[in-house]
Every structure is written in structure tokens, then in C-alpha cells.
Design a protein around this ligand. Structure first.
Ligand code: ADP
Ligand code: MG
Length: 428
């Protein structure tokens, strides 16, 4: 199987080989042909399997074959749940369209809208957007979606988790009824099927089985440790292992900042990425992490969602997530595109229940190790940390949003207030 045999045009093949891809990933091989045929497609495959190119390449092919447009109305709209993802998808669109006469732009909240509006005014064929900013600009009459031919919902499962259902419904009303719809998701839940049913028109459904993908090449390990000794243990592991690029997850923004400071005092370059950081600070942290000048990136779940950090060797859960699925998403940051990775979790007594839940979900028990001098506290309570107990740690208006957005995605009758709050979490 080659990209050429999928029927993609020469300028795209050139960009693909410049990017260094040799063969299509399984989800790309399955999704690209029906998209090229103009069909609606519902695709699901694990994180890190190349879904972005799965919709971007055939989309660009179709757009470039269409009639030349003088005013360049927005002809393709890609919705993503977070700013980071939007920026990432846009970077991909730009790379793949390098040899085509296609213009693209990205818009998201948290930054001044004027540069985005200026860019839109110059005419763009492909727009990548987060829902909030898109609706804002449309409301102000600064963009029109009336000429959209291709609509893509990326990371659809995340969109629902983050409470974007109503926003998606609003956006659907702004684009023409006759259009091609593509929906990509890492998981394939009942809610996703329901959403697909309402958006897609006789979709072709493609799925890549997790055979030989990310999770299998990830080595997982648990260190049982006393809660108060976690910071020193993580510093020891990173220093003695001489690990160069480590993504660390904490439960709260406050925890991320605190750990980051401790790392820096221990002589390890580190940066934190979460919803209370400005867009500039986050972009800088991520860029530093990618180019190797920042060794450790400390992140909260939503901030890290979908970040494309190729070949990331180490992921550490400083604290286990209280939602088991988040564990799978977190460790999906390592072992990407077939590379090997290591996922380590520091587990204290009060996280025992979470560990059991995770092991049940992944269907295996994770190897446990105890490091001398960092033994777990035999007298510590195994009472789980309740999400609410973190309330005064995650200060700021979004501190409880994780739970409210989770509940609201299950409960369609969520209030306006909780919805607008959920919108703000796309940065966490
Ligand atoms: P997903 O959206 O499924 O989580 P991405 O689209 O972010 O995955 O891709 C994950 C990684 O795999 C990226 O670094 C991307 O550049 C790389 N990748 C995508 N397609 C291919 C391919 N055909 N060959 C090699 N690497 C690829
Ligand atoms: Mg993706």
C-alpha cells in the first residue's frame, strides 16, 4: 500500500514524502479512499495513529480539484476541541498544502482576535477553529460559513467530553445542508454514535484495530511511594535515568506549578502547561519541550490532550487520574507511531482505588516497583482523594470545570452557566 495508490495528487505526494511518511497508517488507508469519493466518513482509531493526515490529505485533494474561487470563501472547516490541537492541525494543513494553491488559517480564543480577522479577510480556503472563537467571530459578522463544502469534527470524543455539544449544534446551523462531513475520534462510544447520526449523512464507517499500535509498545510501571516522597522520587528517576524529554501529568494546575518549581530548583529545566497560562506561555513551553531546551513538561490532562509530541520517550503520572480513560489518553503520548515508550505512575495509598480501576480498564495488572528510601507509608489511608478535595488547589474560575464538563456531557440538560464555563476549559 502506498499513498500514490490511494489516488492522491502529485503535489500532495510531494508534501507527504517531504514529511518523511513512507506508507499510509491503517486508519489513513481506510479513511482516505471514501473521503476522496466524496462520502461522509466516521473514523475511529487510537491516539497517535495518524488521523490528522487521514482527513487532511483527501480534503486538500478535493479542494484543489474544485473550481478556482476568486474570493476564497471558507470551503473547509475543521473543528478541534483545544487551541493546541487547532494550532497543530493547522500546522499539518500548511505542510500538506505547501505545493497547492490553498490558503489556510487557524482561529482560537485566548488571544487577540484582530490578527485572525485580518488573515480571514485575505481569504482562506481551509479554516481550523475551536468552537468558541468561531462562534464569536461569526456573531460579529467577521466570517461566513455559508460556502463550506467539507466539515470536519476532529477529536469528536474530546469535544463531547468538554461539553461542546451545543456549540457544535449551533455551528451546524451556520453551514450549508449540502456538504461532506468527516468525523474522527479516538474512541467510539454511544454518545459518539448519536452525534454521528445527527451530523453525518449515510457515513462510511472505518475503524483501525489497535493491532501493533501505540499501547503495545508502551512499557508501563507503577512505583508505590509515600505521597510526601513523590517529588524527590521523580527528580531521582529523571536525573539518574538521564531522561531528556519527559511529560509529567498532575491532577491540578497548582500541582503542576509547584512540581515545576521543584524541578527547576533541582537543576532540571521544566515548564508547566495548563489553563491558567497565557497562550504565549503555553506555545513557548511546548516549543521549548519539542526543541529539547525544556527537559520536563508538566501538564494537566486537558492542556495535554492531543498534543503531538513525536517519539516521546517518557510519560510520568505524578498522580493518577481519577478517570481511568484519562490514563489511556495520557500514556498515548508515548510510543507514538510505532516508537517505544515508557509510562510510569507514582502511586500513593490514596490512589489505590484509581489504580484498580485503570487495571480493570486496560485488562492487565501493571508491574509494581518500590525504590529503597521511597517506600510507601504503611499507615497512610487508602481513602481515595475526592476530586472536590482539590478545590482550593486548582484556584480560578475553571477549577471545577473538569467535573462539571464531564457531568454535562452525560446530561444533555446542562445549564447555560455550566456550558459557558465548559467553553472556557478548552485551554486546560
Ligand atoms: P492522531 O490524530 O491519530 O492522534 P496524529 O495525526 O497526531 O495522530 O499523528 C501522530 C503522529 O504520527 C504524528 O507525529 C504524525 O506526524 C505521524 N504520522 C502520521 N501519519 C504517518 C505516516 N503515514 N507515517 C509515519 N508517521 C505518520
Ligand atoms: Mg488527532
Amino acid at each position: 500500500m502506498s499513498f500514490k495508490s490511494l489516488g492522491l495528487s502529485e503535489p500532495l505526494l510531494k508534501a507527504i514524502s517531504k514529511k518523511g511518511y513512507e506508507t499510509p497508517s491503517p486508519i489513513q488507508a481506510k479513511a482516505i479512499p471514501p473521503v476522496l469519493e466524496g462520502k461522509d466518513v466516521l473514523a475511529s482509531a487510537q491516539t497517535g495513529t495518524g488521523k490528522t493526515a487521514g482527513f487532511t490529505l483527501p480534503m486538500l485533494h478535493l479542494l484543489s480539484k474544485g473550481p478556482e474561487q476568486r474570493h476564497r470563501p471558507i470551503r473547509a472547516l475543521i473543528l478541534t476541541p483545544t487551541r493546541e490541537l487547532a494550532a497543530q492541525v493547522h500546522a499539518n494543513v500548511k505542510e500538506y498544502s505547501e505545493f497547492l494553491n490553498i490558503r489556510s488559517a487557524v482561529i482560537f480564543g485566548g488571544v487577540n482576535q484582530n490578527p485572525q480577522v485580518n488573515k480571514l479577510n485575505q481569504g482562506v480556503d481551509v479554516l481550523v477553529a475551536t468552537p468558541g472563537r468561531l462562534i464569536d467571530l461569526e456573531n460579529q459578522g467577521l466570517l461566513s460559513l455559508k460556502k463550506v463544502e467539507i466539515f470536519v469534527l476532529d477529536e469528536a470524543d474530546r469535544m463531547l467530553d468538554m461539553g461542546f455539544l451545543r456549540d457544535i449544534e449551533r455551528i451546524m446551523k451556520l453551514i450549508p445542508n449540502k456538504r461532506q462531513n468527516l468525523m474522527f475520534s479516538a474512541t467510539f462510544s454511544k454518545d459518539i454514535k448519536k452525534l454521528a447520526y445527527s451530523i453525518l449523512n449515510h457515513p462510511v464507517q472505518v475503524e483501525a484495530t489497535p493491532e501493533n499500535t501505540a499501547v503495545e509498545v508502551i512499557e508501563q510501571k507503577v512505583y508505590r511511594v509515600a505521597k510526601g516522597k513523590k517529588t524527590n522520587l521523580i527528580i531521582k528517576l529523571i536525573s539518574e535515568g538521564n531522561w531528556k524529554q519527559v511529560l509529567v501529568f498532575t491532577r491540578t494546575k497548582h500541582g503542576a506549578n509547584k512540581l515545576c518549581k521543584k524541578m527547576i530548583s533541582a537543576g532540571i529545566t521544566a515548564a508547566a502547561i495548563h489553563g491558567n497560562k497565557s497562550q504565549g506561555a503555553r506555545t513557548k513551553a511546548l516549543a521549548g519541550f519539542k526543541n529539547g531546551s525544556v527537559r520536563v513538561l508538566v501538564a494537566t490532562d486537558i492542556a495535554a490532550r492531543g498534543l503531538d509530541i513525536p517519539l516521546l520517550p517518557h510519560v510520568i503520572n505524578f498522580e493518577l487520574p481519577n478517570i481511568s480513560e484519562d490514563y489511556v489518553h495520557r500514556i498515548g503520548r508515548t510510543g507514538r507511531a510505532g516508537a517505544e515508550g515508557q509510562a510510569i505512575s507514582l502511586v500513593s495509598a490514596d490512589e489505590t482505588t484509581y489504580l484498580k480501576g485503570i487495571e480493570k480498564l486496560i485488562g492487565e495488572s501493571i508491574e509494581v516497583e518500590i525504590v529503597e528510601g521511597f517506600e510507601p507509608d504503611p499507615n497512610a489511608s487508602t481513602e481515595p482523594i475526592k476530586p472536590g478535595q482539590n478545590r482550593n488547589q486548582g484556584r480560578g474560575r475553571n477549577s471545577n470545570s473538569r467535573n462539571s464538563s464531564r457531568n454535562s456531557s452525560k446530561n444533555s440538560k446542562n445549564s447555560n452557566r455550566s456550558r459557558s464555563r465548559n467553553r472556557n476549559t478548552n485551554s486546560r
